[in-house]
Design a protein around this ligand. Structure first.
Ligand code: NAD
Length: 491
């Protein structure tokens, strides 16, 4: 399946409905994370390309804003259908450029199509409110699109992230300039190609490239709203750039998520769940757990079962159906993983268990690490507080419910938390006290469409995936009053 499609082709930017090279002709190299082979190149967009894309999005804004919402919905349904028609190709492309196992790429591509359909279904049902309606007065609260939305996404779920922001932005009547991550530009470029025929020219523009086009997009005076998904360190820079123009921003940032295991949990379910929520997508999921908090009374049992479960996992090529954990998405991720393993051990942590990276010589050039569980992690240490965004988690003991909550909340992040217990009252109390945008009880993953996703504290501002919350993120609000009386205003 790796070579079933011609991915080494002339990938181009989408600007104003036309496909073109970067302004200066430069190209990014796109490498297969499992082998290191550069299998494609894509335009390395420039600031001038962003300027052109923003101009095009601005020019398209009036038409798209006033397009009948039912027609906007039809366009998004068409895009969802087209993504589904190209399912196998997009799945292969996702595993090729990101490295994740095929079944996880399936989830990503299916989610992308579902997301376009989800927002399509509501595009013509997102109503403004009439606050007062009488023969004398009409007072209305009106949702309006911002205009041009700049969307910046990372490399860990390229199809789904493209859909997560492009679909609601378009459904709400905005036009879009999207900048994908330099490591994984192809999924976004391909979805843009597939979507182009369903949209007016300029409604969706995609400029692949590195940081420069990203910086230009965040500081552009004609961008009316920004959404950024990435690290909190870069999120700070984006917020500072947006502040220059007072551009509204939606920020989806990092996490140091806890999985909290109580002594009364169903251990078979819990072990599988904690492993899944730690190592899904090679630990490169913002909802993954990097701290496993275990009640002291079951500490020995849980650590030993987690170690066995991790050692049994198959690490390998995402195209191999036996693979459960793929490579890291890029070399920088390998360096960061190794750096944090050193930091943790320097702080007193010990390696509890590791899964074996593949030994196949054909994969020698890939971005391999040994997925790891750490014991003896020191609370308040750098490892316990900073996001690694890789396949590693530290196990930390706690004595009781109060201490579990205290440790869970003792970081600057607040994205997700998972709680493992059979006591529903305890689950409810802990869920209420944990500082996280999403809490899962005896469940893993981000929750999917329909549940708002976003962070507390340094994990971000704003919510995606829930129709009402997200459509409001992509809309500004206007109050309109009409007085029909002959009354003359006076002081
Ligand atoms: P990153 O911050 O390095 O880059 C993200 C994107 O921003 C890329 O497209 C990059 O080119 C661009 N970028 C970087 N610096 C920029 C700047 N100063 N101005 C404008 N654009 C800039 O993040 P990453 O390493 O690609 O992704 C991993 C991070 O993303 C992790 O911290 C992870 O937790 C976070 N993440 C969060 C969510 C969420 O929903 N909260 C989802 C996925 C990933």
């Amino acid at each position: 399946m790796r070579d079933d499609y011609d991915f080494d082709r002339d990938w181009q930017l989408l600007v104003d409905g036309a496909f073109r090279d970067a302004d200066d002709g430069e190209r990014l190299q796109v490498a297969d994370p499992a082998t290191g082979e550069v299998f494609a190149t894509a335009p390395d967009g420039t600031e001038a390309d962003v300027d052109d894309a923003v101009d095009a999005a601005n020019a398209a804004s009036d038409e798209w804003k006033w397009t009948d919402p039912a027609d906007r919905a039809s366009a998004l349904y068409e895009i969802a259908d087209t993504i589904e028609d190209h399912h196998d190709e997009l799945v292969a492309l996702e595993t090729r450029e990101n490295g994740k196992p095929l079944d996880q790429s399936v989830n990503d591509v299916v989610a992308a199509a579902k997301t376009f359909r989800y927002y399509a279904g509501g595009a013509d049902k997102f109503f403004s409110d009439t606050v007062e309606h009488s023969p004398e007065q009409v007072r209305q609260k009106v949702f309006e699109p911002y205009g041009v939305v700049g969307v910046i996404v990372p490399w860990n779920w390229p199809p789904m992230h493209t859909a997560d922001f492009v679909a609601p932005a378009l459904a709400a009547g905005n036009t879009v300039v999207l900048k994908p991550a330099p490591d994984t530009p192809l999924s976004s470029l391909r979805i843009a190609e597939l979507a182009a025929d369903s949209l007016p020219d300029g409604a969706l523009n995609v400029v692949s490239g590195g940081i420069d086009p990203g910086i230009r997009l965040t500081s552009h005076e004609d961008v009316d709203m920004l959404t950024f998904t990435g690290s909190d360190k870069n999120g700070e820079k984006v917020l500072a750039a947006a502040a220059e123009n007072i551009t509204p921003t939606m920020m989806e940032l990092g996490g140091k998520n806890p999985a909290i295991v109580f002594e009364d949990a169903d251990m078979d379910k819990t072990i599988g769940g904690v492993i899944a929520s730690t190592f899904y997508n090679s630990g490169q999921a913002c909802s993954d757990a990097e701290r496993i908090l275990v009640q002291e009374s079951v500490y020995e049992e849980v650590t030993s079962k987690l170690a066995d479960a991790l050692e049994a996992l198959v690490v390998g090529d995402g195209f191999d159906e036996a693979t459960q954990i793929g490579p890291m998405a890029n070399e920088a991720q390998v360096e960061k993983f190794e750096q944090y393993l050193d930091i943790a051990q320097g702080e007193g942590a010990t390696i509890l268990a590791q899964a074996e990276p593949p030994s196949d010589a054909a994969l020698d050039g890939g971005n391999w690490v040994a997925p790891t569980l750490l014991d003896d992690v020191v609370q308040d240490s750098r490892f316990a507080c900073e996001e690694v965004f890789g396949p590693v988690a530290g196990i930390i003991p706690f004595s009781d419910e109060a201490e579990a909550i205290e440790i869970a909340n003792a970081v600057d992040y607040g994205l997700t938390a998972t709680i493992w217990t059979d006591d529903v009252s305890k689950a409810h109390r802990v869920a209420s006290h944990v500082e996280a945008g999403q809490v899962a009880v005896n469940a893993t993953g981000g929750g999917g469409l329909g549940l708002p996703f976003g962070g507390y504290k340094r994990s971000g501002v704003g919510r995606k995936k829930d129709f009402t919350e997200t459509m409001r993120e992509f809309s500004t609000v206007k109050a309109i009053r009409i007085d029909t009386t002959d009354d003359r205003p006076s002081l």
